[in-house]
Design a protein. Structure first.
Length: 108
């Protein structure tokens, strides 16, 4: 079965629509500042930042325990090591729910 590729203008329109929805949703559904959440968000960032070499976190006893969120820790480590601006975590926050919604409602 041969799959036809979508025209560039349709692909661009689809990406633009996705980004517009993501931005509107992200603005409407605000987030607490990073590392300052009542849900103790800093413990979730700890493993990834320690693996990325942030300060002396690798020497912290909690950072040397079993990682309960290895996928999230990898994302934090990758972001800190290669992208570095911490504001990218806000970008992930805006895009993640929209990827789920877009994938669930706009299949194929």
């Amino acid at each position: 079965m041969k799959v036809k590729a979508a025209p560039r203008s349709q692909s661009f329109s689809s990406i633009a629509r996705f980004l517009a929805v993501a931005l509107v949703f992200g603005i409407a559904y605000t987030q607490d500042p990073i590392y300052n959440s009542p849900d103790n968000q800093n413990t979730k960032f700890l493993q990834g930042l320690a693996k990325a070499g942030h300060g002396l976190l690798s020497e912290d006893w909690l950072a040397n325990t079993i990682d309960p969120l290895p996928t999230f820790s990898f994302l934090v480590q990758f972001t800190y090591q290669y992208i570095h601006p911490e504001w990218m975590f806000y970008g992930y926050y805006i895009l993640y729910p929209d990827v789920i919604v877009y994938g669930g409602y706009f299949k194929g």
